[in-house]
Write a protein that binds this ligand. Structure first.
Ligand code: THU
Length: 150
């Protein structure tokens, strides 16, 4: 079981995953971003008939944070994923952000000057992993390398 903040984000990610548009992979992902004032911003994966255009849940959530002008305020993210069945979303193993999403998260991390906490959960199970983004994406290239956000 995760600490309180992590569990809140995992719960919000599970709620978000219900609205995943994932008719091709049938794999629903939910994300929930925690901002420094306690605001939680959700995201889901958003697939496309042209498969390669599909967007991951974490990317959708971070883009929504940016729309709100809050890219510098990202503290943590929770993600869950599982297979879509008639009865709901199933799966007990924690999922971790894909490589592209780690890079997207790094943009918010460097702009905000925080090492974002990443909570990785599942559709059904109780296990929640807790990682620093810097452990998931070591030696990252980011805005700092371009003189932005320093
Ligand atoms: N997916 C995410 O939303 N986030 C990840 O970090 C990994 C993968 C989505 C993309 C696609 O819609 C589905 O999961 C199966 O790959």
């Amino acid at each position: 079981m995760a600490e309180v903040a992590g569990q809140v984000l995992i719960d919000a990610a599970r709620t978000a995953a219900v609205n995943a548009h994932a008719p091709y992979s049938r794999f629903a992902v939910g994300a929930a971003v925690l901002l420094s004032d306690g605001t939680v911003v959700p995201g889901t994966n958003f697939e496309n008939a042209s498969y390669g255009l599909s967007l991951c849940a974490e990317t959708v959530a971070i883009a929504a944070v940016n729309v709100a002008g809050r890219l510098a305020d990202v503290v943590a993210i929770g993600i869950i994923g599982g297979m879509i069945h008639a009865g709901g979303i199933t799966g007990t193993g924690p999922i971790r952000p894909c490589g592209r999403c780690r890079q997207i998260l790094n943009e918010a991390a460097q702009i905000g000057g925080r090492d974002i906490m990443v909570y990785c959960g599942s559709a059904e199970g109780d296990e929640v992993e807790r990682h620093h983004l810097s452990d998931l994406l070591p030696y990252a290239f980011g805005p700092k390398d371009l003189g932005i956000g320093i």
